[in-house]
Design a protein around this ligand. Sequence first.
Ligand SMILES: Cc1cc2nc3c(=O)[nH]c(=O)nc-3n(C[C@H](O)[C@H](O)[C@H](O)COP(=O)(O)O)c2cc1C
Length: 185
Amino acid sequence: MTRLIGMSGSLRSGSYSNAVLETLREKFSGRAEITIWDLGTVPLYNQDFEGEKRPAPVKELLSAIAESDGLVLCAPEFNHSIPGVLKNALDWASRPAFTSVMAYKPVAIMATSRGALGGARCLEHLRVALDSMLSRVALAREVTITSSADKIRDGRLVDETCLGFACGAVEALLHEIQVWGAATG
Ligand SMILES: Cc1cc2nc3c(=O)[nH]c(=O)nc-3n(C[C@H](O)[C@H](O)[C@H](O)COP(=O)(O)O)c2cc1C
């Protein structure tokens, strides 16, 4: 079973981004195990506490990422960028630079927005940040779940078009994991 870690960067109960991850967790059950990680316990990044000095929740997150086959990131756009909670987790995970648990890790990315036009800039910034840590963003059509309040009901993504795009990104991720696994043995 392919093991994936899902992270959103929203700590809000009733988060639309977490609802998307939950929907994907259900959709892909049987093919992939998606563990949705609670980033609420991860402290702010501090370079004084790297390596063995990492706080316990950070060690736990990094071990889970290392043991996973890939990540599914579904972030709400915050101020035209990545929510700080997710960026903070990625900053911890990106160290040591270029040899971290994020290096060559396959990742699917998607963004949510309550607005009609949001999400694209968050995706762009996410892509740039992941590029800097040498992660492999799975090639897929861009997934921006706009007007998210209209597309999520009872904690699940119910809009068929958006769901198709989101599932497409996870399919691309699974393909990337398969190809990468075959290439590296
Ligand atoms: C600090 C903050 C900044 C935001 N900035 C944007 C933004 O730049 N673009 C956008 O489309 N929505 C923005 N939003 C709205 C969020 O997309 C919306 O609140 C979303 O539902 C939050 O995601 P969640 O439901 O997963 O918690 C912002 C919300 C907050 C709290």
